[in-house]
Design a protein around this ligand. Structure first.
Ligand code: NAP
Length: 522
């Protein structure tokens, strides 16, 4: 399949009329062909209108038909073969094994949502039958979830497949029955076009209205903001910077009809080293931590950017083990010159900070990221907010606390996080028990004796968390729970069976249902 540099609107390739951008190969440090022209306001409007027109037909599709559509997207992605793998590697600097693994994850994610659709519980059917004899009489009430409407999805730079064009936001929105308008990330436009074309092909093969999916190309805040402002758009999915997410939240809130924004932004993912675990296995924890920190050149939303522990010889053992593992780390290409530049600025600020000591700083190179580990005191951390800001890349900060009370204070001072990790042994259970209620308030996922990188795609996963890790901590962007972001409930009171949607009829399609308060399968 050829990459032409075009946007995909209404099932056809169209050239944008705005400023062109080119992909950049971070390993070779050179730009790539072809040029991708930015879509203009008219093209965005056309894509949104087509999505709006396609919405009712798309959401009315049965679960089986939408499941087949998701599976067909997966098949079309796999059919891109080497062309896709090589383009992702070139545009992202990520190695083959990671790219192939991410492709498997993307296709697996689409299949998981297909399974969810066939299983049927996502409708959340509730039926409270009429009680005409009751005083006052109760009407017949039936509820189900319906799709919100066309969703604007902003692809992430750090997962060019699994959080991009056919990633978790797109898969969950399409599963819900929402057409998707995809703002391609300017860091991997060729990858975006290839995957976009695979989706367009699946739309065609499944006989769906062409407005179900559009790929919008180009760079610049105008495209995204125009899209979020469009009256046809009913929700937004975003993964990226805090400033970008906040800007889109402001646009969405200022609309005549405000809409929800599900933005995943910044998280430093604290790792707590509890005393007994630290005493028993400081070196092993240090090595495991270093492995997690450098995964994907640290460009993971769940990168362990903060370590919190009580000062002393055990923490020194952890620090020197981690520092030793990190010091020899190579400088690797980062996803984009912008991300590499902001990583270099972040570690320079920490290295030059009066209250921060450098534990490890591997030789850095322009456009690349090499590991770095810093250390500060709890007192300095608590008094200077800048020390808790995300440095996106393979860098972390160890916060040494005087005692458990200070460790709690540091935990309490943290902003909302995607994850919080406990390294603990049996002797730490009481300390962990005391921390847990606090961590529940701070994070979307709490894990023990592991590291936060590696996010399983399954039903129980929560990849979300209180602000600013996400804009709305009541949701997850990974796992089947992600579908809930793009649904809303509708209740039907005293409607005749013939008028009711199939899932709500007495003898309707099989689905889990809560009938008069009791969960049953029809
Ligand atoms: P980004 O700059 O926020 O860009 C994400 C997407 O949003 C891009 O499509 C971008 O357009 C668009 N955008 C950004 N600001 C906007 C605004 N004010 N109005 C409208 N659209 C806007 O994110 P990034 O390029 O992926 O990475 C930059 C930083 O984000 C990283 O250094 C890191 O700190 C953070 N990040 C965090 C995560 C996470 O998972 N938490 C993941 C990735 C990145 P363009 O394509 O034109 O730039």
């Amino acid at each position: 399949m050829m990459i032409t540099g075009e946007a995909l609107i209404g099932g056809v390739a169209v050239q944008g009329t705005g400023t062109p951008i080119r992909a950049y190969n971070p390993a070779l440090q050179e730009s790539m062909e072809p040029a991708f022209y930015a879509v203009d306001a008219q093209q965005i409007d056309q894509a949104c209108r087509l999505a709006d027109a396609a919405f009712d037909a798309f959401r009315a599709l049965g679960d089986e038909a939408r499941a087949v559509f998701l599976e067909t997207i997966g098949e079309q992605i796999m059919a891109l073969g080497e062309t896709l793998v090589e383009r992702v590697m070139a545009e992202s600097g990520l190695p083959r094994a990671r790219v192939e693994g991410e492709r498997g994850r993307t296709v697996g994610q689409l299949k998981l949502f297909a399974t969810l659709l066939r299983e049927g519980s996502w409708h959340d059917v509730r039926i409270d039958q009429a009680l005409p004899e009751r005083t006052p009489p109760r009407p017949d009430l039936r509820m189900r979830m319906i799709a919100l409407g066309p969703v604007a999805v902003f692809a992430a730079s750090n997962f060019p497949l699994a959080f991009s064009v056919a990633g978790g936001d797109t898969a969950s929105a399409l599963a819900a029955g929402c057409p998707v308008l995809l703002k391609a990330h300017s860091a991997h436009p060729g990858t975006s076009e290839l995957v976009g074309r695979a989706i367009v092909k699946a739309v065609e093969l499944c006989g769906l209205p062409a407005g179900v999916f559009a790929l919008l190309t180009g760079s610049g805040n105008g495209i995204g903001q125009e899209l979020v402002r469009h009256p046809a758009i009913k929700a937004v999915g975003f993964t990226g910077s805090r400033s970008g997410g906040m800007a889109l939240m402001a646009v969405a809130a200022a609309r005549p009809v405000p809409i929800p924004v599900y933005a995943e932004m910044s998280s430093i993912n604290p790792v707590f080293l509890l005393p007994q675990a630290l005493a028993a296995r400081a070196e092993a924890i240090g090595q495991g931590f270093a492995g997690s920190l450098v995964l994907g050149v640290g460009q993971m939303c769940t990168n362990p950017g903060l370590v919190i522990a009580i000062e002393g010889a055990d923490l020194e053992r952890f620090a020197s083990s981690a520092a030793q593992a990190l010091t020899g780390g190579a400088a690797c290409p980062m996803l984009s010159p912008g991300i590499a530049g902001s990583y270099q600025r972040g570690i320079t600020q920490l290295a030059e900070h009066a209250d921060v000591a450098t534990l490890a700083l591997a030789p850095q190179e322009q456009g690349k990221g090499a590991p770095a580990l810093f250390r500060t005191t709890a007192a300095a951390f608590l008094s200077q907010h800048a020390l808790s800001e995300e440095v996106f890349g393979p860098a972390s900060l160890v916060v040494a606390c005087r005692d458990l009370a200070e460790l709690h204070q540091v935990a309490e001072s943290l902003e909302g996080q995607l994850t919080a990790t406990l390294q603990l042994d049996d002797g730490d259970l009481a300390v962990a028990q005391a921390l847990l209620p606090l961590l529940e308030r701070k994070a979307g996922r709490i894990l023990a004796n592991g590291f936060p990188t590696g996010v399983e795609v399954c039903s129980a996963m929560v990849h979300g968390g209180p602000f600013p890790s996400t804009s709305d901590g009541r949701s997850t962007s990974v796992g089947t729970g992600a579908i809930a972001r793009f649904l809303r409930p509708v209740a039907y009171q005293n409607l005749a069976q013939a008028l009711l949607p199939a899932v709500l009829r007495d003898n309707g399609a099989a689905a889990w249902r809560r009938r008069d308060g009791e969960l049953t399968r029809n």
